[in-house]
Design a protein around this ligand. Sequence first.
Ligand SMILES: Cc1cc2nc3c(=O)[nH]c(=O)nc-3n(C[C@H](O)[C@H](O)[C@H](O)COP(=O)(O)OP(=O)(O)OC[C@H]3O[C@@H](n4cnc5c(N)ncnc54)[C@H](O)[C@@H]3O)c2cc1C
Ligand code: FES
Length: 258
Amino acid sequence: MKEIHDFTIIERRQYGERYFSLRLQHGGTMPTIEPGQFVEVLVEDTPGVMLRRPISIHDVDAEASTLTLLIQVVGRGTQHLSRLSVGDRLNLVYPLGHGFTIDLPAGRHALLVGGGAGIAPLLHLSKELKTKGVHSTVLLGGRTADLIPARDAFQPYGDLCLATDDGSLGHKGLVISHPAFSEHYDIIYTCGPTPMMKAVARSAAERNLRCEVSLENMMACGVGACLCCVTDTDQGHRCVCKDGPVFDITTLKKWYQC
Ligand SMILES: Cc1cc2nc3c(=O)[nH]c(=O)nc-3n(C[C@H](O)[C@H](O)[C@H](O)COP(=O)(O)OP(=O)(O)OC[C@H]3O[C@@H](n4cnc5c(N)ncnc54)[C@H](O)[C@@H]3O)c2cc1C
Ligand code: FES
């Protein structure tokens, strides 16, 4: 059930120059939030930013009625959000879209592959998998160590593996060249830059592994009304905001093969 609600910022953290997180508190009870769902954030008082901005839900604490967003500064909207402080209010429409499928029995093994801002939805996912008794390997990549934000938060929830292009942290090279990537898994979940997700999807398909990707197409309304986020799937055109953002790769052959 979608809600529109004002939240109060109760914590702000900075990760290097480009990333920051905002922990937001809701005055009442929050709806259930699936890992992979997102919010549409209202960016106020910013000329040229008319539309809400889609941001994944990074972490949820249902008891404390808080959710956390992990944000990369790329343009005017995210720049404005980066200037907000503890005590400021933020208006969200949430939870939006369909999240990752969590249907493995306890004892199975999942691989979570994230890059850049695509790391964001994987924390809530790794926590939910742990609750279900599913073992996670979390493989995060970035060009440099600074561009793998919030990585320590994953430590309690799975085996953490890191890869950087320049070798400043973990394995030197792309996530798909990390030795952990070639092991066997019952499912692979991925979110990050499109070339990374396509490479992960192609490899999963070749190895006959289940795989879900979270697409980050440009969005406007976030609820399936404007059709600006449509992607061409094997089942026809689908709105990433409403039918996704998470898709099983069996429906995305056209997408990952090109
Ligand atoms: C479902 C979903 C979840 C997302 N989750 C997160 C998240 O958790 N953390 C995070 O930092 N970002 C996330 N994003 C991306 C985020 O929405 C954009 O970075 C943001 O809207 C940019 O707003 P802006 O006003 O700062 O930049 P703009 O001025 O709108 O754009 C600046 C530059 O970023 C590019 N850009 C804008 N949106 C996107 C996009 N969706 N994909 C690729 N390039 C884009 C533009 O083409 C432009 O070059 C998500 C996007 C989607 C669709
Ligand atoms: S953003 Fe409007 S239909 Fe998806």
